[in-house]
Design a binder for this molecule. Sequence first.
Ligand SMILES: CCCCCCC/C=C/C(=O)SCCNC(=O)CCNC(=O)[C@H](O)C(C)(C)COP(=O)(O)OP(=O)(O)OC[C@H]1O[C@@H](n2cnc3c(N)ncnc32)[C@H](O)[C@@H]1OP(=O)(O)O
Ligand SMILES: Cc1cc2nc3c(=O)[nH]c(=O)nc-3n(C[C@H](O)[C@H](O)[C@H](O)COP(=O)(O)OP(=O)(O)OC[C@H]3O[C@@H](n4cnc5c(N)ncnc54)[C@H](O)[C@@H]3O)c2cc1C
Length: 627
Amino acid sequence: NDTSMQHRNLNHMTREERFSEAMRRTLYALKVLLPREGWTPVGPEMKYLARAIKEFTFIIHAGVFIPCIMSYGTNEQIAKWFPLAADFRIIGTYAQTELGHGSFLRGLETIATYDRANQEFIINCPKITAMKWWPGDMGKSANHVLLMAELVIDGKKYGMHGFMVQIRDLTTHEPLPGVTVGDIGAKLSFESVDNGFLYLQNVRIPRENLLSKLSEVHPDGTYIKKGNQRLMYGSMVRVRVNLIAHEIVMPLAKACTIAVRYSAVRRQGLINPSKEEVPVLDYVAQQHKLLPQVATVFMAHFAAKQLVKMHHDYSLEVEKGNTSQLPELHALSAGMKACLSEQGAAGAEIVRRACGGHGYSCGSGLPFIVNRMLATCTYEGENTVMQLQCARYLIKCADQAKKDKLTGSVWYLSDFSNMSCTAQTFGDLQEPSVLVKLHERRAKCAVQHAGKKMQNMVKNGTPAHDAWNMMATLLINAARAHIMQYVVGTSVTYISELSCSASLKKILTQLCALYALHNINSNCGDFVKFGCLTSAQCDLAQEAEFNLLKQLRPDAVGIVDSFDFTDDILQSCLGAYDGNVYERLFEWAKQAPMNKTEVHQDSYQYLQPYLHEGRDVLEGRGRNSKL
Ligand SMILES: CCCCCCC/C=C/C(=O)SCCNC(=O)CCNC(=O)[C@H](O)C(C)(C)COP(=O)(O)OP(=O)(O)OC[C@H]1O[C@@H](n2cnc3c(N)ncnc32)[C@H](O)[C@@H]1OP(=O)(O)O
Ligand SMILES: Cc1cc2nc3c(=O)[nH]c(=O)nc-3n(C[C@H](O)[C@H](O)[C@H](O)COP(=O)(O)OP(=O)(O)OC[C@H]3O[C@@H](n4cnc5c(N)ncnc54)[C@H](O)[C@@H]3O)c2cc1C
């Protein structure tokens, strides 16, 4: 209810207005609403803020830069930089991606060369492709960057390391000498975020600015490795784990709230010719578009909670020096981020499109959500690259399963029990245990299939790297299958252990079954090819899904209401709680800057002559134009 936090109509603002408005509102929220000593911008308050601030800026400062200081800094470095960053006395970003490289980190070209005489690092972008490009908050806001660069000592390369680099004067905010920095221009979304470019030419920083938790450089240039170098990738793992809740589950829940509420009030056409027009939500085709996406919100939420817990537990182990679980965490976080962002972005577009013309209006709030979710498929690890990382781990585990009993998320790869499906009715296929087994078997077969294909190619003389490249599509499918079995399995377990009313558990169980069946019916080729289901059982799976749509229809609006988004957060004429869609759309349109005047001033300049000629022709004074 704080008017400073009320959303202005973002769609009718320019990009610069949105940049300023987001900065104002974010700083107000972070500084005024949450005055806490040593407050770190993560945790419960962050969830509220993520909901309350439609366009959050300083995402990278709060969500990546500050956590990186904690992950990569020594205690002294944390004590120096964390308080400054937490209180916004320095604004930072995570500068890793370059104009020429984003996915292949070993190809990054920015160099940090140690100058022993002065005990400094000289930071240089040797060519245009080395320029940092994309980091959020970097173009106009940040005055520091956590720069990921290749460390070089006496001509020897030591790989990617993190360096604290000041890029703007703390008083004037002007770029420092050797620094060329700016905004990269308009993008598909994140209009309020100043994603930037950064060209560094012989910028000198003190030796102490190498974040040295995992490695350090002594004054004489001696390099000391102190931890598992893969922990240098730890920041990306953490963001992949956290972004699922904030940037996939939450926006998809908003989109589903808007689309289901709108579909309950929008009447269009007849089902029974003798009855009145129906709400489009009564069409099974509409239910088939919307309700599986509603189910995805819940299942992705449950699976993300489990992943966050796993990341927390593994992080505690890493702190004790045990990094044995890192490969599994990397594979699972990479796979989950890729597969759930793919599903979420596609799902948001499906529900937007289900709202017809008004779904194409920015007044619906849906284009904003769809465009923003598309970015989740690219940032923090492009999805294809992430799925292949996940597949790399699965292939290694499949080989290991031949001799060892596996545990963790890949345990099913060493389950050689009879997994054939005995379902005889569509009710059998709504059973959670049956759905879990089906997904485990499909995943196991998909992984083994990809592995076998590659082994055969190598046996026939194909180099392993070529076999990997040629089977990439099968490997990506195996990664997707693995994540689907993880999401279904963790959701079934989560719901079964949830202490809640029987009626709520029934709804959640139905949603879980709907999610699993929708996945089976969308990928039935795999389930038949791998012998998981017969063709007749595939028919039953479809019948089972349609039956669940019918059962869930009466509760559809109540289910999305449970996401509890206020109208101010939804910013949608179609999804407002009161259902007054048409009045809201009309009011929203009237506020458009185009409607400031009855006649647009440019029409006098360009249209007037033609209007006069048309008037003359219509009133008989002029000739029809040649045209
Ligand atoms: C609330 C949040 C809001 C969201 C805002 C987000 C804004 C966006 C920010 C960004 O986009 S920041 C930049 C993100 N960039 C990336 O994610 C880059 C992706 N690329 C990579 O991570 C790496 O290049 C790669 C694809 C993993 C390849 O790295 P590399 O070539 O060094 O390794 P490989 O040879 O493939 O594998 C070697 C070995 O290392 C293991 N490994 C790789 N990554 C990790 C990791 N993160 N953790 C642990 N282990 C890792 C890998 O599995 C291999 O192991 P083995 O198979 O050899 O045992
Ligand atoms: C909104 C947004 C915010 C961002 N914020 C930040 C930030 O704050 N900090 C930061 O450092 N970066 C940031 N990024 C950059 C982001 O991390 C990169 O865009 C991402 O890692 C992909 O790298 P790339 O763009 O260079 O694509 P590339 O790596 O060039 O990939 C291009 C395409 O090639 C294909 N491809 C690439 N490698 C392979 C492979 N091994 N196998 C098969 N196919 C492959 C894929 O189809 C891929 O889409 C942001 C990006 C966006 C869109």
